[in-house]
Ligand binder design. Structure first.
Ligand code: HEM
Length: 135
């Protein structure tokens, strides 16, 4: 048997998580929590009454962001995520509610330990970058 000549490609976070069904599960839990947990009311009130479209959009976005298929970009082009959030007033309270809701969704859908910490840090950075109100 010969030695492997090429270095094995590193798995993407998308693969480590378990692929598209697991991304969908995380997103669905995120918006379920936004609907049922009073502590995320600040987020729920900013969103459309029907969350069906945004469930799809965040799922498409996260598949690509995690290194899987670029489903959002295929449909809408460059995400320009910060610009798309400009119509909404996002300060510390909204940012922290978003992060809290995502952390709870990650816990409840058992995101693998080897992914969990890095993902929380990356989500927190992205959410902070979305702030468009001073406090
Ligand atoms: C920082 C706190 C955040 C708040 C308060 C917030 C809030 C919102 C709201 C109100 C919408 C519009 C939903 C609708 O049409 O009903 C939206 C859209 C969206 N958000 Fe956020 N968001 C935040 C952070 C993030 C982060 C960190 C991500 C990515 C990981 C993200 C991804 C998206 C995407 C992909 C859309 C759809 C954009 C489009 O219209 O195509 N958001 N967000």
């Amino acid at each position: 048997m010969s030695e492997p000549t090429e270095q094995q490609e590193e798995e993407t976070p998308y693969q480590v998580l378990g692929g598209d069904a697991r991304v969908r599960e995380l997103v669905d839990r995120f918006y379920d929590l936004m609907e049922i947990e009073p502590k995320y009311d600040v987020l729920r009130k900013m969103h459309a009454p029907d969350l069906a479209d945004i469930r799809d959009k965040l799922y498409w976005y996260l598949c690509g962001w995690l290194g899987g298929p670029q489903l959002y970009v295929e449909r809408f082009g460059h995400p320009m995520l910060r610009a798309r959030h400009m119509p909404f007033s996002i300060g510390v309270a909204e940012r922290d509610a978003w992060i809290g809701c995502m952390v709870q969704a990650m816990d409840e859908t058992q995101v693998p330990d080897n992914l969990r910490e890095g993902l929380e840090r990356a989500f927190a950075q992205l959410a902070d970058w979305m702030r468009n109100r001073a406090e």
